[in-house]
Design a protein around this ligand. Structure first.
Ligand SMILES: [Zn+2]
Length: 246
């Protein structure tokens, strides 16, 4: 099957598969097919957030979640997998909020009880923080040439997390979830010792944006949701200026 209208909404920090391949989980929304998870994808793919892409997909026999797909031939053609993704364009800044607003769920619990594995929520009472990883892998793999092999999430000493409520939260207390977003791990990799600054960096323009969390569960633990991506969506400018006048 070909999905030709997939809007990329997030990429998780890579994990290293047993065969040594660093693999990224990509999530997005297709107006024709709904929420979509593509796994595995390569680090060098053109699956940037807000890109609209066309890609031929297959079901993954090891993942029964309705939103989960793999790129056709992802095993045999791994080296050329990124060539199978055709970028059709980029979703216009002004069209982003219009696309996502109808997709916002009242609470993560609603996403779970409706049997979905991906969804969008609008967080409030948000508190982003780092916790120490207990499963941190201290060994840093090196290639024969001396370069550093990409690290999986367990190669970091810290784990980014967020506590929050959804816009219509029905949970008994705030959600407390791991954040998988690649961009935050890239900040950690490039700014050791200054990890906490990533939140200021992410949210410095918040007055002009809607902050949305793209959440997804784990294949083996359907009730365990994580934040795949923190979306910062521009608010329409005219509406902002009108509300300022009012
Ligand atoms: Zn909630």
């Amino acid at each position: 099957m070909r999905i030709d209208d997939l809007v990329v909404l997030g990429r998780s920090s890579p994990d290293i598969l047993r065969n040594g391949r660093p693999s990224v989980c990509t999530a997005g929304y297709s107006p024709k097919h709904g929420f979509v998870r593509l796994y595995p994808t390569r680090m060098d793919s053109l699956l940037r957030v807000w890109n609209i892409v066309s890609v031929t997909v297959d079901r993954n026999p090891q993942d029964a979640r309705p939103e989960s797909w793999k790129i056709e031939g992802s095993k045999a053609d791994w080296d050329r997998l990124s060539e199978k993704i055709e970028v059709m364009g980029e979703l216009n800044r002004t069209a982003r909020l219009a696309l996502l607003t109808p997709l916002i769920s009242r609470c993560v619990i609603d996403i779970e009880t409706s049997g979905r594995s991906l969804g969008l929520v609008k967080p409030s009472e948000r508190e982003c923080y780092f916790s120490a990883r207990e499963d941190h892998d201290h060994s840093i793999q090196r290639t024969l040439l001396g370069g550093t092999v990409p690290r999986g999430k367990d190669g970091y000493t810290l784990q980014p997390r967020a506590r929050y409520r959804c816009s219509g939260c029905i949970a008994s207390r705030r959600h407390d979830q791991q954040i998988l977003e690649w961009g935050i791990y890239e900040w950690m990799r490039k700014h050791p010792g200054e990890e906490g600054l990533v939140w200021d960096n992410l949210f410095h323009n918040e007055a002009k944006q809607e902050i949305l969390f793209l959440v997804g569960n784990q294949a083996r633990r359907p009730s365990s949701f994580m934040i795949v991506s923190i979306l910062r969506v521009p608010r329409p400018r005219d509406r902002l200026s009108q509300s300022q006048v009012a």
